[in-house]
Write a new protein. Structure first.
Length: 273
């Protein structure tokens, strides 16, 4: 607990614009990944394999962007750094432990970009304008990945287990007591999920996405007690691979229940959509 508290303080110092909730989530993910290293190993390996296949499909390798780089456990950072001229890691929080890992392994071509790619703030702004003007259609669309157009020579964009987290984060913010929920559209979460997929589809380079799309919560006797659509009704790209990820094995959340997610990977999102 003391180590986590120290990590929180250091992360906030080097990432002053990051929301405290996002920092806590990143630290919590780090702890859960360590506790369930064995249970998560197949998911991480298959995520890396999906990214490896996408790398093999890129003829010119100048810049690669990783959306949701996280802890780098599911990202083949060694291969990315060795095969591309530049690697841009994008996430809402970059823990100091991850930055140190990159520094110690001497990846001179790896850079960090701290950014909220959900589009939530932009959607809230549009919603406020609609309420103030009475206009239903402002003539603009969500463009949460528009910043990628400002990065030179991008040949591959990887969405790495971040899409469902956009939805989870949006739900949490809508439930917060800050009054924003009342101005947001009823389908706000679905709009943000669709905005990420649409953003990938609009890119002129190769893309690959890995995301969990749903989960089941079941008891030890196999009885399913809950199911959840993590994409809130948005149809994902047609998968090239799919597998199960035991995000919360027995004992993590409750002693007698596990939560298992269905994960897909898909290349060339523009084609699949």
């Amino acid at each position: 607990m003391l180590a986590d508290a120290l990590l929180f303080v250091v992360t906030r110092l080097i990432s002053p614009k990051s929301r405290s909730g996002s920092v806590r989530d990143a630290i919590g993910l780090r702890g859960r990944a360590a506790r369930h290293r064995a249970a998560w190993s197949e998911h991480e390996a298959r995520t890396r394999a999906a990214i490896d296949r996408a790398i093999d499909g890129v003829a010119v390798r100048r810049t690669v962007v990783v959306l949701g780089s996280g802890l780098l456990r599911d990202v083949p950072i060694d291969r990315l750094s060795s095969m591309f001229n530049k690697v841009v890691l994008v996430d809402i929080v970059h823990l100091p432990t991850v930055r140190l890992k990159v520094l110690l392994r001497r990846y001179p071509n790896v850079t960090f970009l701290t950014r909220d790619i959900s589009g939530y703030d932009r959607l809230a702004e549009q919603s406020r304008i609609k309420l103030a003007t009475g206009q239903d259609d402002l003539g603009v669309r969500l463009d949460p990945l528009g910043f990628l157009r400002k990065i030179d020579d991008v040949d591959l964009v990887i969405s790495a287990n971040v899409l469902s987290q956009i939805a989870v984060g949006a739900v949490a913010r809508l439930q917060a007591k800050d009054g924003q929920a009342r101005i947001m559209p009823d389908d706000a979460v679905a709009q943000l999920v669709a905005g990420h997929l649409d953003g990938l589809a609009q890119l002129p380079c190769k893309t690959v996405i890995v995301t969990d799309v749903s989960y089941v919560r079941r008891r030890r006797d196999g009885v399913v007690v809950e199911t959840c659509d993590l994409l809130h009704g948005v149809t994902p790209p047609f998968p090239s691979d799919t597998w199960e990820w035991p995000v919360a094995p027995f004992g993590e959340e409750t002693a007698d229940e596990e939560r298992v997610h269905r994960v897909i990977s898909a290349e060339d999102v523009a084609v699949d959509l």
